[in-house]
Design a protein around this ligand. Structure first.
Ligand code: DI6
Ligand code: FE
Length: 411
């Protein structure tokens, strides 16, 4: 019998399971949550437990009615980088636009210089505090993109740092190759030659080493055209790596439809996405990843087409976009609050957007809901109701953050 006992069982929980059980948030009150070997073994009403609590698990603990949600999934970050761009923040406050700064050699290129100059250990040391901040506010799975080195060695370095962050913190990390983020100086005025280098050198080498779980591109008038993006996607498809896209952030280049055409798991930003783009996403099951931190920091005014996503049944996810230029945001929970205040999402949509839909955007079917068989990734919160996660601006609401059954933060 002892070998089948669960590792732990929390009782007197209020579970926001995010399952489609008919209740808001998939809520179950007077519930219990058990797990063994990092996997959920029970998530349901206490009065349906198969035995006495102390007969079921090695450790039993009442959480006194606390709300528990799935561990949050931040499905879009650029949190591995060298340096920072606080100076550009001040320039933007003085009237310069993000695009002005990019065209004058700053922006992404200034982070490229600092990231290239940092060795792998230095980059890890610079990036870990950002990941820790996200974890402290409830994140148990992170997507991390490359894209600030723009050459083979540097992109590999960034992806290795991303993997080391996962191993160091005990969280899930999903890596994305974003070599097509900006044009490196070596390829000035030769964007197609850089796309050749991505397709012929960078992507195959990264694929051989298994360093990237997905491939992304920045399809924008200050970055790469739809035709160039298409070439990167065709190569990714040939190598069997899923794609996603920074689409229609600053202008409508048809990025949403292009992503959908390639069966992208997600298209991201999307402020300028057209109706056709939204319909194409719906047809292909592409998740819309919204990034209110960038919208806020750039003081954008064009809202993403939320009503069209809803009307067409496009799943919506919310991410921090943590990056040094357009979203120096270290709280996914704050991104959730911004998605309500700035984009008009409901708190339930926001939580769905950082749990079940965010996991889907990363192709991770083993997390994002509290359900038997899923990973024991969850957060015990100090809140009265789930909407408090969006209502409180900043503050420390996560009482305990658990990934794979291991407590990462809190007690
Ligand atoms: N869109 C963004 O908002 C970030 N990258 C991208 O493709 C910005 C990255 C940066 O400015 O460093
Ligand atoms: Fe981004």
């Amino acid at each position: 019998m002892t070998t089948t006992r669960w590792d732990a069982l929390l009782t007197d929980c209020r579970l926001a399971t995010m399952r489609a059980n008919g209740a808001r948030y998939g809520a179950i009150e007077a519930a219990a949550l058990g797990w063994k070997d990092g996997v959920i073994t029970f998530a349901g009403p206490m009065d349906t437990l198969p035995d006495r609590a102390d007969a079921l698990a090695d450790r039993v603990e009442s959480v006194g009615g606390a709300w528990i949600t799935p561990g949050l999934v931040d499905c879009h970050t650029h949190l591995v980088f060298g340096g920072d761009r606080a100076d550009e923040f001040e320039r933007r406050l003085g009237g310069a636009s993000y695009e002005d700064i990019a065209r004058s050699g700053g922006g992404i290129m200034s982070t490229v210089r600092a990231t290239r100059a940092a060795d792998e250990d230095a980059l890890l040391v610079a990036s870990l505090p950002r990941a820790r901040a996200l974890v402290a506010d409830g994140v148990t799975t992170l997507e991390i993109k490359s894209g600030y080195a723009l050459d083979l060695d540097g992109e590999q370095k960034m992806l290795r740092v991303a993997r080391r962050i996962g191993a160091t913190l005990g969280i899930g990390v999903s890596t994305t190759l974003l070599a097509a983020h900006a044009l490196p100086p070596e390829f000035k005025d030769r964007p197609d030659a850089y796309i050749d280098a991505i397709c012929e050198e960078i992507l195959p080498a990264v694929a051989r080493e298994g360093l990237a779980d997905a491939v992304d591109a920045f399809c924008e008038r200050i970055a790469f055209t739809p035709a160039q993006t298409r070439r990167v996607f065709e190569k990714a498809r040939a190598l069997g790596i899923p794609v996603k896209l920074h689409a229609d952030q600053l202008s409508d280049l048809g990025g949403a439809a292009l992503a959908a055409e390639f069966g992208a798991r997600s298209a991201e930003h999307l402020e300028h996405a057209s109706d056709d783009g939204v319909r194409a996403m719906a047809a292909h099951g592409t998740v819309a990843v919204l990034l209110p931190g960038a919208y806020y920091a750039l003081r954008e005014t064009k809202l993403p087409p939320i009503d069209a996503f809803r009307a067409n049944g496009v799943p919506i996810a919310i991410a921090s976009d943590c990056n040094p230029g357009t979203s120096p945001l270290l709280s996914l929970r704050l991104a959730m609050g911004m998605s309500c205040t700035l984009f008009g999402l409901t708190p339930e949509e926001a939580l769905r957007g950082t749990t079940v839909n965010a996991a889907r955007a990363l192709g991770l079917a083993d997390r994002g809901v509290l359900e038997v068989g899923k990973r024991a990734d969850f957060v015990v919160w100090t809140i009265e109701r789930p909407a408090d996660l969006c209502y409180w601006i900043a503050g420390a609401l996560a009482r305990r953050v658990v990934a794979g059954g291991r407590t990462l933060a809190g007690a």
